[in-house]
Design a protein around this ligand. Structure first.
Ligand code: ATP
Ligand code: MG
Length: 566
């Protein structure tokens, strides 16, 4: 491709709201332009990189037997009403009416459409398992579109859906997709972690998110420095600590803690460390008033607590509800003497050597509290948010935190959609059964941005070879010099004939401008035809390492073939 006619409108001053480096670089390098908030045009450089990511995705999914299809973006409202998501998606679902005043949505994801399609197309278990995928534009009216392609309102996703007649078959496909995703993101050149994620209100189902590590990431991921363990912060588990000996039975003593509203207030009044005091939280768990106790310095992790306690919803009890149930205000609550409210304790409480807690009398706390003696709990659970430096729950290594971008997700849906949309197959006994389903997404456009977040330097993008829009940037440093021009032109022809993808800067610009643009665009190799053209030499520079060498023009193609195959 000749740069003189190539559509890559570079930009000097990027808009102030472009605060992700990938967003800035993509605008500056002429890879994309904003059309509306969260809506972008992909210019040829971006389109070419995306095509390479798509090819990698197709190769890896085809390998495990998935079949590509293409579903519509325009979805009749009835489908979404039937699944219940016409309501639950809220404002994120983009809705419109056709000329007959019928309601439609622009597809944000395709569980509804694919389930209806398979319901009408497949009758027997003999066709199962089935795994279908598409690469297509999705629409979500995100509350905060930002960071360019990282969170758009119109974006490109690969979504796959699988259908099964047994939990084992679904499990097998789930892990086959998990492995395929790992191969895809490795080939794309990303540093990533598959992390245990929250399956939301459909509790108990397996799901992993694939997170590309990057400082711009909106999610905190927690990983072990010595094992494969990794989870989202909201799902990261805490290992139960060994029990400490607490021998204070019969020494319970009430102390005044006037105006203590928080654990820290009580700690100050009692002259104790906050970690020696119970943090007692009164919550409404579904419809039941419940007492949760943690160590004073720990934070309740609501997502984990919902999973651990098998509940759907949780909210903090109101002050009045607390007073009504415990006879004291929220700053003075504890488990001693509580009979009629379930009490769940975080298992890190086991390691407390001294215990103080609210006395259920406003302005008072107990000290020398004896577990099992002065109070009992319904059960010990993992309720707290983990902290960096905690031991990994698998017993191997220490937990570390990192920021990540969710580039993909694999999810066991079970019968969530086949039940609500009444999609059944006939089993071997001729009996109708709802399909077991899995769904699997990759943010294709987000992945490009994630690659740039991980692969850039102060001068521009540093494309990994596998997804670079072109392999080689060929620069004719002075097109007015006939020798240089001729050598560059002949190399351009030669490289193209050798199937090397080359962007040829044949513009009548100064060498300095060309070098700058070349660094910004970040193709893996730069070949400059300059002063030594007369002797038949060119200069080669590897973008990533900065390694530079001079080569006889005749050796260039074979050097490049070698470099590109490494
Ligand atoms: P997020 O939590 O980031 O909003 P999600 O969990 O809602 O994403 P999924 O429904 O799992 O997203 O979609 C599959 C993939 O599509 C995600 O893993 C992500 O890579 C990509 N994706 C989701 N929303 C967007 C968006 N607004 N812009 C770009 N890519 C997106
Ligand atoms: Mg997701």
């Amino acid at each position: 491709m000749r740069q003189s006619t190539f559509l890559a409108p570079t930009m000097r001053d990027v808009p102030a709201d472009a605060d992700a480096i990938s967003h800035q670089l993509m605008l500056r390098a002429g890879m994309m332009r904003q059309i509306a908030s969260g809506v972008y045009a992909y210019m040829p450089l971006a389109k070419r990189a995306m095509a390479k990511i798509e090819t990698i995705i197709r190769e890896e999914l085809d390998k495990i037997g998935a079949q590509e299809l293409l579903l519509p973006s325009l979805h009749p409202a009835e489908l979404w009403q039937e699944s219940g998501r016409w309501e639950s998606m809220g404002d994120e679902l983009i809705r419109l009416k056709d000329r007959h005043n019928r309601d439609f949505a622009l597809g944000p994801t395709h569980e509804e459409v694919i389930t209806m399609l398979i319901k009408d197309g497949i009758a027997s278990y003999k066709k199962l398992p089935l795994n279908v995928y598409q690469i297509q534009t999705k629409f979500r009216d995100e509350r905060r579109p930002r960071f360019g392609l990282l969170r758009g309102r119109e974006f490109i996703m690969k979504d796959a859906y699988s259908f099964h007649d047994s939990a084992e078959s679904l499990d097998e496909m789930y892990w086959a997709m998990h492995a395929a995703y790992s191969r895809i993101f490795t080939r794309v050149g990303l540093t990533f972690r598959p992390v245990i994620a929250d399956s939301g209100s459909m509790g108990g189902k397996d799901t992993h998110e694939f997170m590309a590590l990057a400082s711009v990431g909106e999610d905190t991921i927690v990983y072990s420095d010595e094992s494969e363990y990794a989870a989202n912060l909201e799902m990261a588990a805490s290992a139960a600590p060994p029990s400490a000996e607490v021998q204070v039975y019969g020494r319970l003593e009430k102390k005044e803690t006037p105006n203590a509203k928080t654990v820290d207030d009580a700690a100050a009044a009692l002259g104790l460390d906050a970690d020696d005091i119970f943090k007692a939280l009164v919550v409404m768990l579904d419809d039941e008033l419940t007492l949760l106790i943690l160590r004073g310095n720990d934070e309740l992790n609501e997502v984990k607590a919902l999973h651990e306690l098998g509940a759907k919803e949780m909210r903090m009890a109101t002050e009045q509800e607390v007073v009504d149930a415990f006879g004291a205000s929220p700053g003075s609550i504890g488990p001693v003497g509580v009979g009629n409210v379930p009490i769940y304790a975080d298992h890190r409480i086991h390691s407390m050597k001294t215990i103080a807690c609210g006395a259920n009398e406003t302005g008072y706390h107990y000290v020398h509290v004896g577990p099992g003696h002065d109070y009992t709990v319904t059960a010990y659970k993992d309720l707290r948010t983990v902290r960096e430096g905690d031991p990994s729950p698998d017993g191997k290594g220490t937990l570390r935190f990192a920021e990540g971008i969710e580039i993909g997700q694999v999810f066991k849906l079970g019968t969530r959609y086949s039940e609500s949309l009444d999609a059944k197959y006939l089993d071997s006994n001729g009996k109708a059964q709802p399909f077991l389903m899995g769904c699997y997404g990759i943010g294709v456009s987000r992945t490009i941005a994630a690659v740039i977040e991980q692969h850039h330097d102060e001068f521009g993008v540093v494309w990994p070879k596998a997804v670079a829009p072109f392999h080689v940037h060929l620069l004719a440093l002075n097109v007015k010099n006939e020798e240089q021009k001729q050598l560059a032109e002949s190399l351009y022809q030669e490289l193209r004939e050798a199937s090397i993808e080359v962007l040829y800067d044949d513009r009548p610009e100064r060498a300095g401008v060309k070098f700058k643009d070349s660094d910004l665009m970040g193709l893996p190799v730069r070949v400059s035809v300059g002063k030594r053209a007369g002797e038949g030499f060119v200069e080669v520079k590897v973008r990533k390492t900065g390694e530079q060498l001079e080569l006889p023009a005749g050796e260039l193609a074979s050097w490049l073939h070698q470099f590109l195959s490494e």
